[in-house]
Design a protein around this ligand. Sequence first.
Ligand SMILES: Cc1ncc(COP(=O)(O)O)c(C=O)c1O
Length: 487
Amino acid sequence: MRKSKALLFEISRPGRQGYSLPSCDVPEKPVDELLPKKMQRTETPELPELSEVEVVRHYTELSTRNFGVDTGFYPLGSCTMKYNPKVNEEAAVMPGFAFMHPCQPEETTQGALELLYNFEEGLKELSGMDRFTLQPAAGAHGELAGLMIIQAYHRSRGDYKRNKVLIPLSAHGTNPATVSMAGYEVIQVPCDDRGLVDLDALKEALDDTTAALMLTNPSTLGLFEEEIIPMAKAVHEAGGLLYYDGANLNAIMGYTRPGDMGFDVVHLNIHKTLSTPHGGGGPGGGPVGVKERLLPFLPVPLVSKKGNQYYLDYDLPESIGKMHSFYGNFGVAVKAYTYMRMMGAEGLKQASTDAVINANYLMSQLKKIYYVPYDRICKHEFIVSAKPEKKKGAGAGDIAKALLDRNFHPPTVYFPLIVDEALMIEPTDTESKETLDAFAAAMEQIAKDIDEDAEKVAHGPYKTVVGRLDEVRAARNPVMRWEKDQG
Ligand SMILES: Cc1ncc(COP(=O)(O)O)c(C=O)c1O
């Protein structure tokens, strides 16, 4: 049964109060002395008037409507959120970190600078790159920083002709978007029938206008690009650079490194790899690492060390500038560093092993029921196609809604675009076999439901707070604020 929730404005009653302020302990001044007349209100604002308990209940109830990785299985392929261990949060709220001000003198922030320095050292080891900026606030923001670095590099050599970036068809949507934003032209490279980048097509697309190849390995199909070494060689021979979208590094930690595969620039999605909260919408982290020859173009400041003193290093005359205030989202770096140190090198490798085993186990269960277009050993995620189910009357989006009714967050749907009716599933490393089995059982039940009554599945969900939304109208015509008397 659906519960409808009244807004605070609607349950407001005049005169009800939920606060008690201490009495003023400084001399009160007339408002005219504090604010110019033209900036003063002429009417009292219409704020809801409620008791404390009403407000607490309202927000507590709203919080139960959230679905998060702390409340259930969240196999959202590509944009997966790993489980965020609570010890990360404890480290980030330590008073020495939480109450520090970024404008404090360096001699009073040595501990924080040491953490950033050591975090960078860890990222270098994990990825095989030479230096990192921690400024970008998310994966996509890292992509932009990386492409600006690439642009600055080519321009510093007087090479202004390179205006194209090659991207495989299996790429994440942010890649072409960022390429356009950086002022480049996107050149798409097809995949072969194994789902891997078509090496011959890539070679054909390369010329002296190629600025870079932008690639994630493993790809968003969850497949490792086996021909990465010849690909890197071909791009470098054409004078281009290799950009690594490191969102999928959680599949290969401790096994291989983008720096060893030949990449020149990488961004890491630390919300996927190092268990911080998600980047895209919130204060996340998308550190960007480069090889030595691109170091001069990194954003400033870097955190460097002289003797045993850490300092903010602005000595990069060719820097692309700043991508974020100060050093990026410091709290997120504390969380990622805590995770890295807690896991250690062996632990990180084990996390990748578990991510890959979980994905392969779940794929082996689901392929008994659904069509798996790239039926080969996958890395951290895999794709199911609901094309046969669609023919029966309920497709990928409908399966996603049916999962909501069974208390599972749905996988990513309709992406990657090269698979019809795609469901992109990433179970992550921390899930138990029981959880994976329960998810597979739910998927099996949904397949049976489609066989019996596809029409019914196509109109779900039935148990969520709101039913099927008009997603197009919600996106095109969002109603973002409550208007009095709007009904
Ligand atoms: C392959 C890939 N690239 C880029 C991104 C964008 O990252 P973000 O959401 O942090 O901007 C994602 C999302 O997680 C991704 O999966």
